[in-house]
Structures are given as structure tokens and as C-alpha cells.
Write a new protein. Structure first.
Length: 96
């Protein structure tokens, strides 16, 4: 789903417009249920990879950017976006 959003991201804004038809197209292309789609959107939002709702989302510019560097830097400074990555693995899985 993220890949489909990245394909649709607007230049210099990172905005992705998802109409009901685009949502159906994504669900059909990925052969997933609407429930899986909705859960995936929720996970992307919780992870601060995307923000927004109701058909208009913004991709975190630290994750993906389509546009010029100066605009990206400006948006990142003004937006105060942060990414948090947490692992939920038992300690013994980190052994080398």
C-alpha cells in the first residue's frame, strides 16, 4: 500500500489523494480486502510514515520525497516531523 501511495505522491508536497475509486483500484491491484487496506493505513499513520485521512494523506518527507531539496527542507523544518522505529522482539533475537 505504501508503494502505491508513493507512486501517487504529488511533486513538492508529498500529498496523495485517494478517491474511493483509487482505493478500490489499490485493493484490486494488491488483491487484499478493504479491512487489510484500512489496517495498513492505520499502521502507516501510527508509524508516522503518513498523516491525514479522508482521502488526503501526506507522506513523511523523511521517508520519501519527490521534488526539490529546498522545498523538502522547508517542509521538514516547519512540520517538525519525527520518525520513531521500535522493535518488539525478545532480547535473545538480537544475539549475533
Amino acid at each position: 500500500i505504501l508503494w502505491k501511495f508513493l507512486e501517487r505522491a504529488e511533486y513538492n508536497t508529498g500529498i496523495v489523494y485517494i478517491t474511493s475509486q483509487v482505493k478500490k483500484d489499490i485493493i484490486n491491484a494488491l488483491d487484499i480486502s478493504e479491512s487489510i487496506y484500512n489496517k495498513s493505513i492505520s499502521m502507516l499513520k501510527t508509524s508516522n510514515i503518513i498523516t491525514g485521512n479522508r482521502g488526503q494523506f501526506v507522506i513523511n518527507p523523511e521517508i520519501h520525497w519527490k521534488g526539490d531539496y529546498k522545498t523538502r527542507e522547508k517542509i521538514m523544518k516547519e512540520g517538525g516531523l519525527k520518525i520513531t522505529v521500535m522493535a518488539d522482539l525478545p532480547n535473545d533475537e538480537f544475539k549475533i
